[in-house]
Design a protein around this ligand. Structure first.
Ligand code: ADP
Length: 274
């Protein structure tokens, strides 16, 4: 519509010169409106998600002041303040991480990264949680599999998937992490024997703050951002993440990334002047 176009021109003027986004917005204003909607939703969600732990901490501090003569209650409220502030810290970190990934959709200084060591490090990060949940993690990695990218981001992505697999499973179950060559790609799969995800929600779980069971997610300290972060990390590496799940029986998440293929340099062609 005419008003929509006006808005685009305004935007183009305030956007930094040379930004590729300006072109995209000018080409398609319905797309621009959609982007704007998503941004507005995200801001609304962020403020809602931050208010919950902040409000909790505030109420609990008042409760501590009122209960100062009851050491047992003080200890209990103190512990809950610690839990809420941990959650708040994680939330802030993940919001910042996600915003960075979205603004900068190319990798800074990509380097060859060995997937075996990425998986090893990711599993180490989740080991303590897994033990406390009674979940055993088994890793089977194909040696010599490398991708071109950012080691820390790739480790974060795998750790997020393994952490979910543990958190959405019952005790005495297994989580299997594997890597394999698939043509030009490297695949990392994380398989659990957990609760699974209803078919109708399998695509939505990659959206920011989307949770199948908000209470369950909150109980495990989840932020609802883990899979959105995984998705962006995969896209930034030229790959994708997909899910296969059988509700009630388990899920498999697959990260598919272009392999760093060692190119053999052809011998120089000699030209003879005759
Ligand atoms: P959260 O912090 O809530 O775990 P995520 O973005 O990591 O956020 O995941 C979004 C939602 O997807 C979770 O709340 C959960 O409902 C569902 N989910 C993710 N991984 C699994 C899994 N392995 N098994 C079952 N449900 C899962």
């Amino acid at each position: 519509g005419p008003t929509g176009l006006g808005r685009i021109i305004m935007r183009a003027r305030v956007a930094p010169l040379g930004s590729a986004h300006v072109l995209v917005l000018a080409e398609d204003h319905t797309q621009a409106r959609r982007v704007e909607e998503i941004r507005r939703d995200f801001v609304a969600n962020v403020s809602h998600e931050l208010k919950t732990p902040v409000g909790g901490i505030s109420l609990l501090s008042e409760a501590i002041i009122d209960a100062r003569d009851d050491p047992e209650a003080v200890a209990r409220f103190g512990e809950r303040i610690r839990v809420e502030s941990d959650r708040l810290g994680r939330l802030v970190k993940e919001i910042v991480d996600l915003s960075r990934l979205q603004v900068q959709d190319t990798l800074h200084e990509p380097e060859p990264v060995d997937l075996g060591s990425v998986i090893g490090e990711a599993v180490d990060r989740v080991r303590v949680t897994a033990e406390s949940h009674g979940v055993v993690i088994e890793a089977a990695t194909e040696p010599g599999l490398t991708v071109f990218g950012d080691r820390e981001l790739l480790t974060t992505a795998v750790a997020n998937l393994v952490s979910n697999a543990v958190n959405y499973s019952d005790s005495d179950t297994k989580v299997a992490v594997a890597s394999r060559r698939a043509g030009e790609f490297a695949e990392i799969t994380v398989t659990d024997q957990g609760h699974g995800i209803p078919a109708g929600e399998q695509q939505r779980i990659f959206e920011r703050f989307y949770r199948v069971d908000a209470a369950r997610s909150r109980a495990t300290g989840g932020t609802g951002l883990g899979l959105a972060i995984v998705k962006h990390i995969c896209t930034n590496h030229g790959g994708e993440v997909t899910v296969w799940s059988d509700e009630g029986h388990g899920s498999t998440f697959t990260m598919r990334l272009p392999r760093a293929i060692q190119k053999t340099v052809p011998p120089p062609i000699r030209s003879h002047d005759t």
